[in-house]
Write a protein that binds this ligand. Structure first.
Ligand SMILES: [Zn+2]
Length: 359
């Protein structure tokens, strides 16, 4: 266990090493949240709030814009990869080095050193990102204190290899239930086959042309697919029920309601007896046309990529705050025993964010 007092004068790589050496597996973040809260409370330019093991710190300078820098403080279970180790090639090894204690270190560095930012800043450190969605600390803050997350733009410092990933696609799962009538298969004409009734649905899916809308300059790529099918009673029975489970991954120009309406529309004349929404996580706009985001892109350089998978960026989307993912970690190394991060990337990410927030 590392020294329990967090020293905000450490540089980004040293701070990352300190964080890796301070275990905070999901569900066991309290001590790290305590250390972060105490350290931030020594900074007179920040107001600090806490909800559970989630810490939110804010400047209140009355600037025209407010931006959020957010990161989760938990990690997946340690795999013999703590304490950290810095090798001669400038790689820092250890659990959470990429996902995402290097990003948290950058947040802490900015919180400690950028005392007169050109935009008001909100720092969010949250727990339980690596476990079930209903435990997610960012979700808990959004539900209990949505005002703490009010902002014009948010940057989630999840590992993205120093590239900007904008917005994220929504994901909707719908059960399409087909009905029939049971009969002995020797006299099938006495019944009606619910599996056969799914044929129009499958034809519609096979022929479906997904949209590739361009939003804020990023090309998204939707998908509407059957991911599971259930039907059948016994080998000599004409089945009276069949369910096709459909997953719709949709671009952030659609609202949650519009996505559901689209699925209804696609299968409108396919004889579906019942539509059941099983699971739904909305999309998030990249918001790159917002002035704060434009300035961010100018400062960090490179070109943004769309995010196809669902991430916590979408929780900001749900609050109406456009968000991107930008962090020093390497997402490919997340959750791996050989997890590591390039220390020069930590410093680079910090420098870019500082330049965005001070010039
Ligand atoms: Zn992560």
């Amino acid at each position: 266990m590392a020294e329990s007092t967090l020293d905000l004068t450490l540089d980004g790589p040293a701070l990352t090493a300190w964080l890796v050496d301070f275990p905070s597996v999901s569900g066991e973040e309290k001590e790290l949240a305590d250390a972060i809260e105490s350290a931030l409370r020594t900074l007179p330019h920040l107001t600090v709030d806490r909800h559970g093991n989630n810490v939110v710190a804010r400047t209140n300078l009355g600037r025209a814009e407010r931006v959020v820098l957010a990161g989760h403080i938990d990690t997946v279970p340690i795999a013999d990869n703590v304490p950290s180790r810095l090798d001669e090639d400038g790689l820092l090894w250890g659990c959470g080095s990429s996902d995402m204690k290097s990003g948290v270190a950058v947040q802490l560095r900015i919180a400690a050193t950028v005392r007169e930012p050109n935009r008001d800043l909100t720092f969010v450190f949250y727990d339980n990102e690596e476990v079930a969605a209903d435990l997610n600390g960012l979700g808990h803050i959004a539900a209990a204190h949505p005002d703490w997350l009010t902002a014009d733009f948010a940057v989630l410092l999840e590992g993205s290899n120093g590239e900007v990933e904008g917005g994220c696609q929504g994901t909707l799962r719908v059960f399409l239930r087909m009905e029939g009538e049971r009969a002995h298969s020797a006299r099938s004409w006495m019944g009606s086959n619910a599996i056969h009734a799914a044929a129009p649905v499958l034809e519609r899916l096979a022929a479906y042309e997904p949209r590739k809308p361009v939003i804020d300059g990023l090309e998204y790529h939707e998908g509407l697919n059957a991911v599971r099918i259930e039907g059948g009673v016994a080998n000599n029975v004409i089945p009276d029920a069949c369910t096709v489970v459909v997953n719709y991954r949709y671009a952030p120009d659609l609202s949650a309601e519009q996505a559901i309406a689209h699925v209804h529309e696609v299968f409108a004349d396919c004889g579906v007896a019942e539509f059941i929404v099983d699971d739904h996580s909305g999309a998030a706009m990249p918001g790159l046309s917002h002035p704060a985001a434009k300035a961010f892109m100018d400062a960090v350089g490179g070109t943004a990529e769309p995010k196809f998978g669902w991430t916590d960026v979408a929780r900001f989307g749900g609050l109406g705050v456009p968000a991107v993912n930008y962090g020093p970690g390497d997402p490919i190394l997340a959750h791996k025993r050989n997890e590591h991060v390039k220390v020069e990337r930590i410093t680079h990410c910090e420098d870019r964010l500082r330049s965005w927030l001070t010039t």
